[in-house]
Design a protein around this ligand. Structure first.
Ligand code: CMP
Length: 139
């Protein structure tokens, strides 16, 4: 089912580097409506659960440490074709391969510290949104 919603996190490096405002401006001026948003911090258990699909990858422990080291901004975004359009807006996982003008091209430091998360499917967008937000926090 296409929901026209996606889920994002502005990762700890984005918050540490003072890039929340600039990234949100890029998101909203690209046509995404913010349906839910919060500043929060993942626990180790949260990060292990959120990234369980990567649990056997060699970078898993570093990923959990990175994602728990400080606050993140979690948000649900709405736009026609949200999942695909947001992945285009953020660019490739590795910022050195991310197209000019994409969020990772502009704000990410490395493949491991890559500034933003974007859901890869409508189903995962729904699962990830429910991981972070209760019904009454979604608009
Ligand atoms: P994202 O695609 O949002 O979700 C999985 C994360 O794992 C990814 O962002 C990076 O932060 C990290 N990641 C993915 N591939 C690598 C890699 N090859 N080396 C280190 N970290 C990675």
């Amino acid at each position: 089912m296409v929901t026209n919603k996606t889920f994002t996190m502005l990762k700890p490096d984005s918050v540490e580097n003072g890039n929340i405002g600039a990234i949100l401006e890029k998101i909203t001026t690209s046509g995404f409506r913010i349906d839910a948003m919060k500043l929060t911090q993942l626990t180790t258990a949260d990060a292990k659960a959120f990234y369980v699909v990567h649990k056997d990858r060699p970078f898993f422990d570093d990923l959990v440490e990175y994602m728990t080291r400080g606050p993140i901004v979690a948000a649900i975004l709405e736009k026609e074709n949200a999942v695909q359009d947001f992945r285009t807006l953020i660019g490739a996982t590795n910022p050195s391969e991310a197209a000019e003008g994409t969020i990772r091209n502009m704000f990410a430091e490395s493949i491991s510290q890559n500034a933003v998360h974007g859901s890869d499917s409508d189903n995962n967008a729904a699962v990830e949104s429910a991981f972070h937000f209760s019904e009454r926090e979604m608009f």
